[in-house]
Ligand binder design. Structure first.
Ligand code: NAD
Length: 325
């Protein structure tokens, strides 16, 4: 008798909004690597086809779609990773209304997809929900100190609204939701002119220009390498946690120390110059990652020194100096 061989487990399908962006494209790579089918939704506002052009898998589908409009996805879906949103201060200053709309309307639409498909939903939120924190380091039960009418308010409040909406879908509709609060992350495929500290410093260093540090450079940030973030996102999506989880690297550096680390990693001899501090720039930013450690067994593995070297190797000079932006 012939026994038909077949794998009774259907393939896991993941929808990734913002999948042509910096974080989203690395997440698509990792999910494909795990053997998942990936539907990448992006309107290429701040993302780029360059970020996904290397993907050759037949299990990958790209949908050029604005999620603030109607979203229809064919077939079964197991996970919705909702990352689409302008993410750098330059982008949300340029697109303030769109930033609010994508946090509100876009999140409604994607929660609707998760509900209809009975999929697990992951909202990419941000450490910006803590505003200019009055406690340090930040735990998830700290409610934040956000200026709603400042220039960063459109992003911070959109994310806070998206978190509230996500919890309402969990409580009222029973959708299986999760929320990740991402702290500053870096790696290849960041845009050289997106205004964030690491790509700006790398571009300036590789062009032999002075590195521009805002204020006196004593404000702090913690920097997580992209591979660590992506493993945290997948770990959280595959867990049963519903409460927000901080994912970031608790090693804290002043902006001045970061500039020095970039000069060291890029092997240039650029000098450092100082410029005025932008409005509402947080003074400190450091995650307390106890919840991620306890619930996901997650912690970052890549040091800033190694992460900067990998970013330079994986990006190539053209990308870092902005020729592909
Ligand atoms: P990114 O700008 O590279 O990616 C965002 C993607 O969303 C882009 O590809 C963009 O085209 C897409 N997008 C925007 N509006 C859309 C719309 N209406 N419809 C479809 N696609 C749309 O930014 P990123 O750094 O990869 O950030 C990804 C997510 O992670 C964002 O939600 C951001 O708020 C969050 N986050 C990132 C960081 C970080 O350090 N990179 C920190 C905190 C939070």
């Amino acid at each position: 008798m012939t026994v038909l061989q077949y794998d009774p487990r259907p393939m896991t399908t993941c929808v990734v909004t913002g999948g042509a962006g910096f974080v989203g494209s690395h997440l698509c790579d990792a999910l494909l690597e795990k053997g998942c089918r990936v539907i990448c939704i992006d309107n290429l506002d701040t993302g780029s086809l360059h970020n996904i052009e290397h993907i050759r898998s037949g299990e990958f589908e790209f949908m050029n779609l604005d999620i603030t409009e109607e979203v229809r996805v064919e077939g079964p879906v197991d996970f919705v990773y909702h990352l689409a949103s302008p993410a750098s201060p330059i982008d949300y200053a340029r697109l303030p209304l769109h930033t609010l709309k994508v946090g509100a309307q876009g999140t409604w639409h994607m929660l609707g997809v998760a509900k209809f498909k009975r999929a697990r939903f992951l909202l990419a939120s941000t450490s910006e929900v803590y505003g200019d924190p009055q406690v340090h380091p930040q735990k998830e039960d700290y409610w934040g100190y956000v200026n709603p009418i400042g220039p960063r308010g459109v992003y911070d409040e959109a994310k806070r609204y998206a978190e509230a909406l996500t919890m309402a879908y969990l409580r009222q509709q029973g959708v299986d939701t999760s929320i990740v609060r991402i702290f500053n992350t870096y790696g290849s495929r960041m845009r050289a002119h997106d205004g964030r500290a690491i790509p700006t410093f790398l571009r300036q260093a590789l062009l032999g220009q002075p590195l521009t540090v805002f204020g006196d450079g004593s404000q702090t940030r913690s920097f997580c390498f992209i591979d660590d973030l992506v493993s945290g996102l997948i770990g959280l999506a595959e867990s049963r946690e519903h409460l927000p989880v901080n994912i970031g690297n608790p090693d804290e550096y002043s902006l001045l120390e970061l500039a020095e680390a970039v000069i060291e990693a890029s092997g240039t001899d650029s000098e450092i110059i100082y410029e005025p501090l932008p409005t509402d720039d947080p003074r400190v930013r450091q995650p307390d990652i106890s919840r991620a450690r306890e619930t996901l067994g997650w912690e970052p593995a890549v040091t800033l020194e190694d992460g900067l070297k990998k970013t330079i190797e994986e990006s190539g000079r053209n990308r870092l100096v902005g020729e592909l932006d």
